[in-house]
Design a protein around this ligand. Structure first.
Ligand SMILES: [Cu+2]
Length: 383
């Protein structure tokens, strides 16, 4: 036993070294592939507003300084290792205590670097704390739910409240102040092109502001930016995305003015309206902002967690004006809406519509194809 393993050892070692080298190469390639995101999507390398720009500048300076330090230190290290390595027949080098000048330099330089970057970071923290004095910010309350985002504009159009989900619209060149909340666990608000991440914590309000500048966006408005929850928050965390559409103030105003105006409803949609009232209003509102008392009872239902209860759900009033379904998961099309109504859990495993609506408790949806057609007609007839 002993002798066999001994005689095998040299080749075994060599092949495992080879294997390790290959594994390392593969991992390095995977790493480069994974971090090689394009600028179009969720890139942090492109700033569309002043907050993101300040953060990006700080990041760039910090990173490049550290890259220089890394190559300097590693360079000197490698040079010393190779140049002064032990050679056969060489006498033992003279032993010295150290070098005071070198030690002082190696203490002072990093101290200056760390202090400098630290102080600059604090200045930037203050600078991005609030929008400039005298600007006219638009306020939005953002509440995270497992696994979607709710946007409330307390005073968007003539003091009228607007509640919508998963897609935030913002006017260009205007500061947007955000109050971030959560109704369940900790989530995180992240639109890389507008600002860094900020946690959304239950029972605690976090504030931030963002702005999209027309001179930083070289496309025609409206422009859609991507965001997503950046804090592991449960089974559908990776499917908790949202969008921010940057638009001209006038377009924003006309969207706001149209919100909750009763739509023209076709005959087919009339039937859909009844089906909606019977099956969906436990959780969804479709005719304006959610009634606060109703929201509170939905939240209570969710938190007490009995099997079939109301839960907070996306406000569907402006569903027709949206681009996506199920927290940015798929485009809003008739086919996708049909698929969602048939089997929400197949599309977004773990979501609370499938888990808590009576409709889905038998395994398949209890609506027939005609009823689903009517529902789709109704949902897409709203503006
Ligand atoms: Cu989340």
């Amino acid at each position: 036993m002993q002798s066999t393993s001994n005689s095998n050892r040299p080749t075994g070692r060599r092949s495992s070294l080879k294997k390790r080298t290959v594994m390392f190469g593969l991992l390095a390639a995977l790493f480069l592939f994974v971090v090689g995101c394009s600028k179009d999507g969720m890139s942090t390398w492109e700033a569309f507003g002043p907050v993101a720009q300040l953060q990006l500048d700080l990041f760039n300076v910090t990173m490049w300084l550290m890259v220089i330090v890394f190559f300097l230190v590693e360079g000197v290290l490698l040079y010393a290792i190779i140049r002064y390595r032990k050679r056969p027949g060489q006498p033992k080098p003279t032993q010295i205590h150290g070098n005071n000048t070198l030690e002082i330099v190696l203490t002072i330089v990093p101290t200056i670097l760390v202090l400098g970057l630290g102080i600059w970071s604090v200045f930037i923290l203050f600078e991005i704390d609030a929008p400039p004095e005298g600007s006219d910010p638009l306020h939005v309350n953002v509440t995270a739910h497992q696994w979607w985002f709710e946007f409330e504009y307390p005073d968007a159009g003539n003091g009228k409240k607007i509640i919508t989900a998963n897609e935030m619209r913002i006017p260009v060149d205007r500061p947007i102040t955000l109050s971030l909340f959560s109704d369940d666990v900790i989530h995180s608000f992240w639109v890389p092109k507008l600002a860094g991440k900020l946690d959304m914590v239950p029972t605690h309000e976090n504030k931030m502001w963002i702005q999209a500048d027309s001179d930083k966006i070289d496309e025609d408005l409206p422009v859609t930016l991507f965001g997503q929850c950046a804090e592991l928050c449960g089974i559908a965390h990776a499917l908790m995305r949202f969008r921010v559409t940057v638009m001209e103030q006038a377009d924003f105003d006309s969207w706001a003015a149209g919100y909750s105006e009763p739509p023209a409803i076709t005959d087919k949609a009339k039937k859909g309206k009844q089906i909606f009232a019977a099956n969906c209003t436990l959780c969804h509102t479709i005719d304006g902002p959610d009634d606060p008392a109703l929201s509170a009872s939905r939240l209570k239902g969710f938190l007490t967690g009995a099997d079939i209860t109301p839960v907070p759900a996306p406000n569907l009033t402006d569903l027709r004006t949206r681009q996506t379904l199920a927290a940015g998961l798929m485009d809003l099309t008739e086919t996708n809406l049909r698929a969602w109504l048939h089997d929400p859990d197949g599309i977004k495993p773990g979501n609370y519509m499938a888990a808590r609506a009576v409709l889905y408790q038998g395994g398949t949806v209890t609506l027939d194809e005609d009823q689903i057609d009517a529902l789709i007609g109704y949902l897409l007839d709203l503006r």
